[in-house]
Design a protein around this ligand. Structure first.
Ligand SMILES: [Zn+2]
Length: 307
C-alpha cells in the first residue's frame, strides 16, 4: 500500500490561495485497489502532475460537504467510470455528500451517482467491500454528518480523522490505528471550533498511540509557522513518529513495521504542461507586462515614478 498526498493544504483560505495544493490523498494498492480521499480543488490536475492515472481508481471517498474536500469528486468519478459509460467503482461518503443533509450537499449529483456503487458511511458503522473493512468515525465539524474512517486490512489499521475538533470519543473511534492521518489546521494551542491544532493532535496521538502519525490539511497559520518544526515538536512530545505532509509526499506502508518507511518526494512529471513550470510562468509574466505597457496599464510603475 502506498499513500500519496496530492496536496497538504486545507481550509478555505489555503484552498483559495493555493499556498499549498488541495487535492487530498491517494491510497494505492490497498488490497489491489486504488482510492482517492477528499479530492479538493485541483485533485484531477495533481493526479496527473504527480504521475498517477485517475482511471485506475476503484473508489472515491468524500468525508463531508465542504469544497476543499469534494470539489473534484465528480470529475474523478467520470474518470473512474470511463466517462460515465461503465458501472465501475464505489463512492463512499457522508450522508450530506450523497443524500444531502439540511443545508449541506448533496455534493455529488444524482447523475454522477448513477454509475458507481454508493455507500453512505456513518460514525460507528462498518462495511465490508473490496476485501477491506471500513468503519465510519465521528467528527465535530460544521457539516453535522461529516465522517472520517478507519480501514482494517487483514488487521492493519489506517485511520483518517477528516476535519474535526477534538472531543473525548474521537479517541475511541481511532483506537488501534497503525497509521493515523489527521486534519491539523492550526499550530500550537490555537484551536478553533471544528478543527484540531497541534495541541489537540498531541492529545489524540497520546491516547491512540499509532505507529505513525501524519498531519495534513494545513491551514495558512500552520503553513506560515513551519509545519516540519511543528511535527518534530509533536514527535518529541509523544514519542510517536509524526510527519507533516507536503505536496507530493508519498510513502510505501510497511505492514510489518509501519515505523520503517522511506519518504518519497514525487517529481512534478508534467511540469512542462502546468503552470508550476517556472520558465512558462516567466514567459507568461513577460507577456502580460508587455501587454500592460502597450495598454498603459502600469499603475504601480507610475505611482513609483511620482514618488
Ligand atoms: Zn471542512
Amino acid at each position: 500500500m502506498k499513500i500519496t498526498f496530492l496536496g497538504s493544504g486545507g481550509g478555505r483560505f489555503s484552498a483559495i490561495s493555493q499556498r499549498r495544493m488541495t487535492g487530498g490523498f491517494r491510497i494505492d494498492n490497498l488490497a489491489g485497489k486504488n482510492y482517492h480521499v477528499d479530492p479538493g480543488p485541483g485533485a484531477l490536475i495533481r493526479t496527473y502532475q504527480f504521475g498517477f492515472d485517475p482511471r485506475n481508481l476503484s473508489g472515491v471517498f468524500v468525508s463531508h460537504a465542504h469544497t476543499d474536500h469534494y470539489n473534484d469528486a465528480e470529475i474523478l468519478i467520470e474518470a473512474m467510470t470511463r466517462g460515465m459509460t461503465k458501472n465501475l467503482g464505489t463512492i463512499i461518503g457522508s450522508e450530506s455528500v450523497l443524500e444531502g443533509f439540511e443545508r449541506w450537499g448533496p455534493a455529488i449529483s444524482s447523475y454522477h451517482q448513477s454509475k458507481p456503487d454508493t455507500m453512505v458511511l456513518k460514525p460507528g458503522e462498518s462495511h465490508n467491500f473490496n476485501n477491506i473493512e471500513i468503519k465510519g468515525t465521528a467528527t465535530s465539524h460544521g457539516d453535522p454528518t461529516g465522517v472520517g474512517f478507519q480501514i482494517d486490512y487483514n488487521g492493519f489499521k489506517l485511520s483518517y480523522t477528516s476535519d474535526t475538533g477534538y472531543f473525548d470519543e474521537l479517541v475511541e473511534y481511532h483506537k488501534g490505528a497503525d497509521i493515523l492521518i489527521a486534519s491539523v489546521l492550526r499550530p500550537g494551542n490555537r484551536t478553533i471550533n471544528g478543527h484540531m491544532c497541534s495541541r489537540n493532535f498531541i492529545d489524540l496521538i497520546e491516547e491512540v498511540k499509532p505507529q505513525v502519525a501524519v498531519m495534513t490539511h494545513l491551514g495558512l497559520k500552520m503553513i506560515s509557522s513551519n509545519p516540519v518544526t511543528e511535527a518534530k515538536k509533536i514527535s518529541k512530545r509523544t514519542g510517536v513518529k509524526t510527519i507533516a505532509a507536503y505536496d507530493g509526499l508519498s510513502f510505501n506502508v510497511n505492514y510489518n513495521n509501519p515505523k520503517r518507511f522511506r519518504l518519497i518526494s514525487l517529481k512534478d512529471v508534467q511540469s512542462s504542461v502546468h503552470s508550476t513550470s517556472h520558465s512558462m510562468y516567466e514567459s507568461e509574466r513577460k507577456n502580460s507586462y508587455q501587454m500592460a505597457f502597450k495598454n498603459n496599464e502600469f499603475d504601480e510603475l507610475s505611482i513609483l515614478k511620482r514618488q
